[in-house]
Design a protein around this ligand. Structure first.
Ligand code: NAD
Length: 474
């Protein structure tokens, strides 16, 4: 019989009559069921989080750190079980699922010790004025399906560290590993401080508009981010939005073709390209374009697309049918327009499992849908450029502004280019590296606010200024 996973509400694992089927994207088989929650379950979770907030907000940084470290340990100690479960619901190869699980435990550990110290604004004979940071209250966390555990942890951990409590909703496509973690942390987290409830997309707006929730932290598409901003405006909830991206990589003519080819490949194809910060447009200087595009296409030939639970798989399936069909449609559009493919392009939306072959395009035009839109799949358009100014202008010609990368031996020249890119993060000679201590957030339509580091933590707090008049006559 298919297992039904339970939700974590007020310190208890609870099930519901209505359920959602969860599929393995490699086989399209139903592997488990989870509760399909609505308003009643949400109200209970919010009440529990509000009650827990009264005492959690008064805890010391050391007490919070202890709880967060226990969460990190619970994930790390059960990593083997968790990464296998993650592959079965998300599709990513075991090695990448392992990285996500250990990465989430590492992030929790690293951020457990972050503190927001008081800032003294004035300290003289007339006045002592200081700014302290106070927790905003109950947080609603909404998470996508591409990195379900990393995204859940990067919401739960700073919320707790800041003194908030949280109600978290995983994506209906990938709730299982999060609910297993809920079970594992149930007894190490104070009752009601962390609540995890599952539901269809329709549960999202109920969270955004719930009067008992003070802040929304969301990761997902730009389209949904705009709806969240609208919903949150009703009672001026605080919001942090991590949204889509169409990240550009710029490869300068001095880059070592052989060495860079493999890294560029994985900057686009890890997690089957379903990464907000994947390289989705690659601009290569014309002097090395032919050699580098050949080296990337040659490298691609050695990478296997398949079931992520099988040894040797480098690229797994797309996570869900809707996204699979969207990627197939973009590829079909490129074929219909006669663009040149270096590899891939043959999709079969009627086959079993959401598999898309590694697809590399040779110099499609800038206005091709596959270049201009966020593909979020195993697709890599390579484009030729002549001058650095042209590459910068083309990279910036996007409504998105999440991240980008420059590849060159001349790091000073690369920094100069980086400073002209309109994105929240720019890597030089690496990709997708996020530090627990540096702010991560999008410019333009890639987001609002930031996660990670002190900047990210501050978003779970309000500043409060307390002023003592020292020379007052009272
Ligand atoms: P999505 O926006 O469809 O869904 C994300 C979450 O929002 C899910 O839990 C979903 O149930 C919920 N949701 C759906 N409609 C809602 C509504 N009206 N109100 C509130 N919640 C609602 O996104 P997705 O398809 O799951 O994820 C893919 C997108 O996420 C891509 O665009 C990708 O770039 C982006 N993403 C961004 C980051 C980042 O850090 N910037 C990271 C990962 C993914």
């Amino acid at each position: 019989m298919t297992k039904t996973y339970a939700n974590l509400i007020d310190g208890e694992m609870v099930t519901s009559e209505a359920t959602i089927d969860v599929l393995n994207p490699a086989t399209e088989e139903v592997i488990a069921k989870v509760p399909a929650c609505g308003k009643d379950e949400l109200d209970r979770a919010v009440d529990a989080a509000r009650a827990a907030f009264k005492s959690w907000r008064k805890t010391t940084p050391e007490e919070r750190q202890k709880v967060v470290l226990s969460i990190a340990a619970a994930i790390k100690d059960n990593a083997d079980e968790l990464f296998r479960l993650l592959t079965s619901e998300q599709g990513k190869p075991h090695a990448q699922a392992q990285q996500e699980i250990y990465g989430a435990a590492g992030l929790a550990k690293a951020q457990s010790g972050l503190t927001l110290d008081d800032v003294v604004n004035q300290d003289d004979d007339t006045r002592l004025s200081r700014t302290r940071r106070v927790p905003v209250g109950v947080v609603g966390g909404i998470v996508p399906w591409n990195f379900p555990i990393m995204m859940a942890i990067q919401k739960i951990v700073p919320a707790l560290v800041a003194g908030c409590t949280i109600v978290l909703k995983p994506s209906p496509f990938t709730p299982l590993t999060t609910l297993r973690i809920a079970e594992l942390i149930k007894d190490v987290v104070p009752k009601g401080a962390v609540n995890i409830i599952t539901g269809e997309d329709s549960l999202g707006p109920l969270i955004t508009e719930h009067p008992g929730i003070d802040k929304i932290t969301f990761t997902g598409s730009t389209a949904t981010g705009k709806k969240i901003m609208e919903g949150a405006a009703r009672d001026l909830k605080r919001i942090t939005l991590e949204l889509g991206g169409n990240d550009a990589s710029i490869v300068l003519p001095d880059a070592d073709v052989e060495k860079v080819a493999e890294q560029l490949f994985w900057s686009s194809f890890s997690n089957a390209g379903q990464v907000c910060i994947a390289a989705k447009r690659i601009y290569i200087h014309e002097d090395i374009y032919d050699d580098l595009s050949k080296a990337i296409a040659d490298y691609a030939k050695g990478v296997t697309v398949g079931d992520g639970s099988q040894q040797g798989t480098g690229v797994g399936p797309i996570q869900n049918r809707k996204q699979f069909e969207r990627v197939c449609e973009l590829i079909q559009d490129a074929k219909d327009n006669g663009y040149n493919f270096l590899t891939g392009g043959d999709t079969d939306p009627s086959g079993t499992g959401y598999y898309v072959p590694i697809t590399i395009l040779d110099n499609p035009p800038e206005d091709a849908r596959i270049v201009a839109e966020e593909q979020f799949g195993p697709v890599m358009p390579l484009m030729k450029f002549s001058t650095v100014d042209e590459a910068i202008a083309r990279a910036n010609a996007s409504e998105y502004g999440l991240a980008g990368a420059i590849w060159s031996k001349d790091t000073d020249a690369a920094v100069e280019i980086a400073e002209q890119l309109e994105t929240g993060t720019v890597w030089i000679n690496e990709f997708m590296h996020l530090s627990p201590f540096a702010p991560f957030g999008g410019h333009k339509q890639s987001g609002f606010g930031a996660e990670y580091g002190i900047d990210g933590l501050k978003e779970f707090t309000y500043p409060q200024v307390i002023t003592v008049k020292r020379d007052a006559v009272v």
